[in-house]
Unconditional design. Sequence first.
Length: 136
Amino acid sequence: MGLEPFVDIEIRFSIMGVPVFINQETITYVIGRTSEGSFKDGLDNNKKSPWNEVANETIFGNKKKGSYSSMSMEKRMMLKIQNENLLPKGGGYDQPSLEHRVFLHFFLKKEKANVPKYLFKHLIKTLKESHLNDRT
């Protein structure tokens, strides 16, 4: 059928007829950070995840999810930077998703996070959501 062999998950598109391929290694190279460290995937089920209590304790100082107004100024600023630059999200910033809270937890605790993997997975998730929204 003329398809290229599958090597790795990648995003393919074309700009003015020039084929462009983006994968996790591309992001690793561009941001100049190794693709290693902690990564938590499949955090869509917020209520049953053990990461709820861990992330909430780090961000809100309580095992229960707090509000944006209960966060310290430093944590609000970190969340704002994260939401606008690293893992952009639509809507308001007052209710960060579990994925956003866990990612912020790694930074606040100074744990090494696999940033290229988070960025690539978030990019794929966003593309899938926008693709599904166009069809409905």
